[in-house]
Design a protein around this ligand. Structure first.
Ligand SMILES: Cc1cc2nc3c(=O)[nH]c(=O)nc-3n(C[C@H](O)[C@H](O)[C@H](O)COP(=O)(O)OP(=O)(O)OC[C@H]3O[C@@H](n4cnc5c(N)ncnc54)[C@H](O)[C@@H]3O)c2cc1C
Length: 424
């Protein structure tokens, strides 16, 4: 079959938290950019899983904003923050509509006209390498199998798909953190005993063998007063294995319905409740990570090691979910080591083996424990902005991203109101 070929400066694979921002940053820095995303919309965890949190934008204890740039612009455009704010209020990093975020993502991407071409329903599925460079990325979509020949490639697939297929060294922790299907239940009558009774119903369901495991449950009323947004499903598995991912989606749905039906049967307040939606995708916390030119470690985070080539600031606590039931607030926000704002270096996005590749988002180069902090949504977006900016700079200088001096990326980000800051 003759493949259609698209030529571009920068290709971004995956349009989630990191990829949406990476594509916008590359286009803003004058690189012709193509974004491919397997879903019919951008936003990743926010829109494909339904998570409304902009965690990592501000220090948890003080609310001091530590990430600016495009992630901050998006939060402002969602009406959750004043453009001149230095701090956010405790619940402000939560957006009130993941559907409206889909629209904001569309508008933000479309604003770049010809410079930024978006291909939804397009899955990166193979890589052709020449020497130490990616020559083309193969993408499957309604045009069939197409080839995208890009000067610089940014892997924002969350799973490091492109990096792995390009032969970059990757790491996968055993066991991987569990996946979680998020779901929403409408017409719930709130009362002080609701959470305790809901938890009790899940303990019973697990005892009776109807539920393999769960956590919390977190019943969160952030979208409407009578709508429970539920964090409770835990499914072990490897989302880079197609059969295992399919099993996990089915198990997640089965568990969500077991929970809903148990609550409806036995918990006052759920009598007239109805199941609104789940997903559309199960949430994947952890799969492959790049072993890049620098591997950010928990020691770097705890000691707040400063890097000349820092391109982003992290600040979230180390949040590792186990593959077992945890009841109540264990492993819910507030648990784990809480770092002060720390540097993330450019070299944690670059590969020593593939010179025109950057990896941003939860699959960047970090140890398993460090990644439990860097994986949150806004930190992933900040890494995306660094990657998009760097890829465009490499195009301007006619070099590959691995040859670029990370200190110049930092300077460019700072000049554009983004990048890392120094905090006491
Ligand atoms: C269940 C769960 C709960 C979480 N809770 C929180 C929380 O409370 N607060 C918080 O801040 N963070 C939370 N996180 C973590 C965090 O938000 C994610 O790790 C974050 O989404 C990382 O951004 P990313 O861009 O790397 O991945 P994603 O946002 O997942 O984006 C990856 C994108 O790539 C696309 N894609 C994948 N493969 C391909 C391919 N081959 N070709 C084309 N497109 C592809 C996907 O469709 C997706 O859009 C949670 C994560 C999970 C799973």
């Amino acid at each position: 079959m003759q493949c259609k070929t698209i030529k571009t400066d920068v290709l971004v694979c995956g349009g989630g938290c990191a990829g949406l921002v990476a594509a916008v940053a590359a286009a803003r820095n004058n690189a012709r950019t193509v974004l491919v995303e397997r879903a019919g919309f951008a936003g990743g965890i926010i829109t494909a899983v339904g998570l409304p949190y902009f965690d990592g934008i501000a220090e948890k204890q003080t609310g001091r904003i530590v990430v600016r740039g495009i992630p901050f612009e998006l939060l402002v455009k969602m009406g959750r923050c004043d453009p001149n704010a230095t701090h956010v209020k405790p619940h402000n990093p939560t957006i009130d509509s993941t559907e409206r975020f889909k629209r904001l993502a569309d508008e933000t991407l479309s604003a770049h006209g010809e410079m930024l071409r978006v291909l939804f329903h397009s899955t990166a599925c193979d890589v052709v390498r020449q020497g130490d460079r990616i020559a083309t990325v193969r993408v499957a979509n309604k045009d069939g199998l197409i080839e995208i020949a890009a000067q610089q490639v940014i892997d924002c697939s969350g799973d490091g798909d492109v990096a792995a297929w390009a032969g970059a060294t990757m790491e996968k922790t055993t066991p991987l953190m569990p996946m979680t299907l998020h779901f929403r239940i409408g017409n719930v009558q709130r009362h002080p005993e609701l959470n305790r009774r809901a938890r009790q119903a899940l303990i019973e369901a697990e005892k009776q063998g109807r539920l393999p495991m769960f956590y919390g449950p977190g019943l969160i009323f952030c979208f409407a007063d009578d709508e429970a947004y539920v964090h409770a499903v835990r499914v072990a598995g490897d989302a880079t294995d197609a059969a295992d991912l399919s099993r996990a989606e089915m198990q997640g749905r089965a568990d969500a319905w077991t929970m809903f039906e148990a609550w409806k049967r036995s918990v006052p307040g759920f009598e007239n409740a109805y199941f609104i939606t789940s997903g559309p995708y199960i949430g994947i916390r952890e799969t492959r990570r790049l072993v890049g030119q620098y591997v950010l470690s928990e020691k770097d985070i705890v000691s707040r090691k400063s890097f000349d080539d820092a391109v982003a600031t992290g600040c979230w606590y180390m949040d590792r979910h186990p593959n077992q039931t945890t009841i109540g607030s264990a492993n819910l926000p507030g648990q784990g080591f809480q770092p002060k704002p720390y540097d993330i270096p450019y070299r944690s996005l670059t590969s020593g083996e593939v010179s025109n590749l950057l990896v941003a988002g939860r699959c960047h180069s970090a140890t398993a424990r460090a990644a439990t902090s860097t994986r949150v949504s806004v930190t992933a977006m900040a890494l995306g902005q660094a990657a998009g900016t760097a890829a465009a700079m490499a195009i301007g200088q006619r070099i590959d991203v691995a040859e670029l001096d990370g200190r110049s990326v930092r300077e460019q980000l700072l000049a554009q109101g983004a990048g890392p800051r120094t905090y006491a």
